[in-house]
Ligand binder design. Structure first.
Ligand SMILES: [Zn+2]
Length: 203
């Protein structure tokens, strides 16, 4: 059962480390994005509250956005090594946990903690209600970050959780496709070759 954790104020040392991580993640992400900044602070909080030490890590990103890039840079759990699980539910949340113990910390955004008077653009960012009609996108992106940096961890929710996922997804045997002749890995959800299931992928 998830248990809500008290969120400590960020120390000066951690804040400096997060800023370095933001620079690295921005390079990796390819462009400046407020989600990189917010994601880096979320990963940092999860790492600080993690109830385990010395154990290798796994991670879950609950949407396919900047969060995943902050996780990859700051934890070494990547899509390539399969220690980062993407559960694309569109939730602005992530979880970092022990590879063996499965004990971890899930960090999400608590919209109730976002003050629409003091941080209106930040609120719109998480509600998906921004409009670029009056203020152009780059300026709004900068405003989101600016407002976020005045609150940082204050808008997060942290929970202690036990994760119900295998360390790595099972690796199914390779098969040769009767149609295109390429080898592929059938899974229970995608038993056929991509040339059969998505023939319109390339033209
Ligand atoms: Zn095929």
């Amino acid at each position: 059962m998830a248990q809500i954790k008290t969120i400590p104020a960020i120390s000066e040392t951690r804040d400096i480390t997060v800023k370095t991580a933001i620079e690295k993640t921005t390079l990796f992400h390819g462009r400046y994005a407020p989600g990189v900044v917010i994601g880096a602070y979320m990963v940092d909080l999860a790492l600080e509250l993690l109830p385990i030490s010395g154990e290798k890590l796994n991670a879950i990103a609950e949407s396919r956005v900047c969060l995943a890039d902050a996780i990859q840079i700051m934890t070494g759990c990547t899509l390539g090594n399969k220690y980062l699980h993407i559960k694309d539910h569109g939730r602005y949340a992530l979880c970092i946990y022990g590879r063996d113990s499965k004990r971890g910390i899930r960090v999400s955004i608590d919209l109730n903690k976002i003050d629409s008077q003091n941080t209106p653009v930040l609120k719109q960012f998480f509600e998906g209600s921004r409009s670029y009609a009056s203020i152009p996108r780059p300026e709004q992106q900068a405003m989101v970050t600016q407002e976020f940096l005045t609150v940082k961890r204050d808008i997060f929710k942290a929970e202690s959780v036990l994760v119900n996922l295998p360390t790595k997804p099972p690796l199914y045997a390779l098969c040769q496709c009767n149609s295109c002749g390429e080898y592929f890995r059938p899974t229970p959800t995608l038993p056929q070759c991509l040339c059969q299931t998505e023939p319109s992928l390339y033209s």
